[in-house]
Design a protein around this ligand. Structure first.
Ligand SMILES: [Zn+2]
Length: 124
């Protein structure tokens, strides 16, 4: 039996997959910009997360748009919430975030109500 560190039974797995996919897309566009011959990472959540963390303060800032950078940060935070076991609850009010909403935007830190407040600039 091959030894794999990855936990396959997490209830968060569909969200982890979706987050990793989105993160890879963002990194892919970054890699294209860089036009470097680095090997593509094809492994676990930890490596991608580390890459994101170390890239924030570096040239990634110059290659990605504000929106893309913001999204990468939200994805990072979502991974943190998964590790802490708080994923799926609103970072503002603590209510559960709807499953449909999580499926559509798994990186969102807010429930739909708080998201509206945030978009109106009413969230501190
Ligand atoms: Zn909320």
């Amino acid at each position: 039996m091959p030894a794999r560190a990855k936990v396959k039974t997490s209830p968060y797995q569909p969200f982890i997959d979706a987050l990793q996919k989105k993160q890879s897309e963002l990194f892919d566009s970054f890699e294209r910009d860089k036009a470097a011959g680095n090997a593509q990472p094809d492994d676990g959540i930890q490596d991608l997360a580390d890459k994101a963390a170390s890239a924030y303060s570096k040239e990634l800032n110059f290659s990605l748009s504000d929106g893309e950078r913001n999204l990468l940060m939200l994805i990072e935070e979502a991974f943190n919430r998964i590790r802490e076991g708080t994923f799926g609850t609103c970072s503002n009010c603590g209510n559960l975030i709807g499953e449909k909403r999580l499926a559509a935007v798994p990186w969102t830190p807010f429930c739909i109500d708080c998201q509206e407040l945030q978009e109106k600039g009413l969230l501190s």
